[in-house]
Design a protein around this ligand. Structure first.
Ligand SMILES: NC(=O)c1ccc[n+]([C@@H]2O[C@H](COP(=O)([O-])OP(=O)(O)OC[C@H]3O[C@@H](n4cnc5c(N)ncnc54)[C@H](OP(=O)(O)O)[C@@H]3O)[C@@H](O)[C@H]2O)c1
Length: 309
């Protein structure tokens, strides 16, 4: 399959390029500022995805069988800092890609987030649960889902992803990489004991994306995540233990949501996802957190610190 991949340099995009290429697909990867090599990308192009005219030209030139959208302003804090840029990348871009996919009869995979939910439910969120975002990022993701499936109802798949783990191209993007960055800088990261997340690796998410792309009968909105819903504190503690770091070299400050109610109003307490209908009917395994830990490498930029810690 000829695949056009946006966000090829990001945490998910780079994992997707490798997973798709392993399955024999040809990936044209679009990047913004990243200048290095991306394993799995056959053709790399630099593009400003906020330039709609240029993007339309690129899509029509590549004429892909499938479009995979991994570009985004992927962090709530960055959305709040520049809402217009976030709106362009998180809403206008997927809407345009969906119109183009519909025009070309190409499959589209769009990534959304668990953060379309408010996090106030003790139960895992099902795909039928009404969305109720509590921050700008979540509102933009919810809007993108609506626009994508209106524009390309026959061709679009949206996957709502959880907090992602794994190894990024920059070595500074994922959960354990950020902890390493803090620890190596002598900082003590604050970790919530009462915020529950259900992470999976970007590589595992990439695998299910490829699997769904290869099945012509699948369309609509789906959930994907790992097998374990754990507090952020527990996740960090297990990362520290996995790398055999002491709590002196790698300190953590456990905090609760009640310590900062203003911040908590934009952060979801519990974002467990119900993986039906995919669970049990797909080949991609649902990863335990232990299985994820086994895949984490020491980020190259922090190796010297790690071996002296
Ligand atoms: N990471 C998570 O924990 C998580 C959780 C749930 C859902 N998601 C969703 O999953 C998707 C992928 O997230 P991610 O974590 O892989 O994102 P990421 O690592 O932050 O990567 C973002 C990508 O977007 C590209 N990009 C941004 N602005 C651009 C522009 N103007 N023109 C061209 N490219 C641009 C970046 O390119 P350059 O770096 O080359 O500039 C990069 O490749 C997003 O939709 C995100 O919302 C992520």
């Amino acid at each position: 399959m000829k695949i056009l991949l946006t966000g090829a340099s990001g945490l998910v995009g780079s994992a997707f390029a490798q997973a798709a290429t392993r399955r024999g697909h040809h990936v044209t990867g679009l990047v913004g500022t990243f200048s290095g090599e991306i394993p799995g990308v056959a053709t790399k192009r630099t593009a400003d995805l906020t330039d709609e005219t240029a993007l339309m030209g690129t899509v029509l030139e590549v004429f892909p069988d499938a479009i995979v959208n991994c570009a985004a302003v992927s962090e709530p804090v960055q959305c709040d800092a520049d809402p217009a840029r976030a709106q362009a990348l998180n809403v206008a871009l997927p809407a345009l890609l969906a119109r183009l996919a519909n025009h070309l009869s190409a499959r589209l995979i769009h990534l959304s987030s668990e953060q379309v939910f408010d996090g106030a439910s003790d139960d895992a969120y099902t795909v039928k649960h009404p969305v109720k975002p509590i921050n700008l990022y979540g509102r933009q993701k919810a809007e993108s889902e609506r626009l994508v499936h209106t524009a390309a109802p026959e061709f679009a798949i949206t996957l709502r992803a959880p907090l992602l783990t794994g190894n990024s191209l920059t070595g500074k993007r994922s959960l354990h990489e950020r902890l390493f960055a803090d620890w190596s800088a002598g900082k003590t990261p604050k970790v919530y004991t009462d915020e529950i997340r259900q992470p999976c690796t970007a590589a595992n998410l990439a695998e299910i994306m490829v699997e769904l792309l290869e099945r012509n009968d699948v369309r609509g909105v789906f959930h994907w995540a790992g097998a374990d819903a754990l507090s952020r504190h527990e996740l960090a503690r297990r990362i520290r233990a996995h790398f055999k770091l002491s709590d002196t070299a790698a300190p953590l400050e456990p905090v609760t949501r009640s310590a900062d109610p203003r911040a908590a109003s934009k952060r979801q307490a519990s974002l467990a996802l119900d993986l039906k209908p995919l669970a049990g009917v797909v080949k991609t395994p649902i990863e335990t957190f232990d299985a994820q830990l086994d895949q984490f490498i020491i980020p190259p930029a922090f190796r010297a610190w790690y071996f002296s810690a």
